[in-house]
Design a protein around this ligand. Structure first.
Ligand code: GRF
Length: 227
């Protein structure tokens, strides 16, 4: 693992000159924030490696030291960092550290992939309309934790996956992509989880391709595509 973060000192890294731009000749630079298993990070990195997505995972940052996503990043040779929230007095200073790392790696877009923290104003202001999250339900149904379990236990017959822009709320930002996952009578929680994760891995790539195309515009809660 590169750099267990133990200090709140800030680097003098400047924002990347190309932040917010898209380049036909250069892959978009993604910074992935994740707290857990990392299967979405892996799917995105694999899509980049296969040329299915005109992007590169420039860095992976986790707030959990033991998160398996860090091991996955290491195996792929992706720069990866554990940033220990407990070392910082508040969310602002923690996010300033995260932002330094993102800038140092030229990140244009932040991708939340199982990141278990609410994003604050430091990151929101640095990356306006350039932070995506994936959630394992058809929002606005079942926001927050354990969404697959909640949908299963509620008895809904369709659930799904949502990729949305991140705002100051929890799973509340404008929706970029959704896909339905039917829940059959034969489904167990485990089989439903498997189906949802399969859709996630496909849908996040699709949503990222749209975002980095530069064609997505947000107006109010809705999106539209520029020609
Ligand atoms: C996914 O279900 C995602 O929708 C949710 O957290 C989970 C992360 O899974 N936000 P993984 O760490 O990418 O395997």
């Amino acid at each position: 693992m590169r750099g267990k973060e133990v200090s709140s000192s800030k680097s003098s890294a400047e924002p990347p000159a190309c932040a917010g731009c898209t380049h036909a000749d250069r892959p978009a630079s993604l910074g992935i924030l994740a707290s857990g298993h990392g299967s979405n990070m892996e799917a995105i990195a694999e899509a980049c490696a296969r040329g299915e997505l005109a992007a590169k995972v420039s860095v992976v940052i986790s707030d959990k030291k033991e998160a398996y996503v860090l091991e996955r990043a290491k195996r792929r040779g992706i720069p990866h960092y554990f940033v220990d929230y407990s070392l910082y007095p508040n969310r602002r200073s923690y996010e300033e550290k995260v932002l330094d790392i993102l800038h140092a790696h030229g990140v244009q877009y932040i991708v939340l992939a199982g990141y278990m923290r609410v994003v604050g104003e430091v990151l929101l202001q640095a990356y306006p309309q350039r932070i995506l999250n994936i959630h394992p339900s058809l929002l606005p149904a079942f926001p927050g934790l354990s969404a697959i379990r909640k949908a299963y236990e509620y008895g809904v017959q369709i659930t799904g996956v949502t990729v949305h822009f991140v705002d100051e709320g929890v799973d509340t930002g404008p929706i970029l992509q959704q896909e339905v996952v039917p829940i059959g009578l034969e489904d167990s929680l485990e089989s439903l989880e498997k189906k949802v994760h399969e859709v996630e891995h496909r849908l996040y790539k699709k949503a990222l391709a749209l975002l980095i195309s530069g064609r997505v515009e947000i107006y109010g809660r809705k999106i539209r595509f520029k020609n």
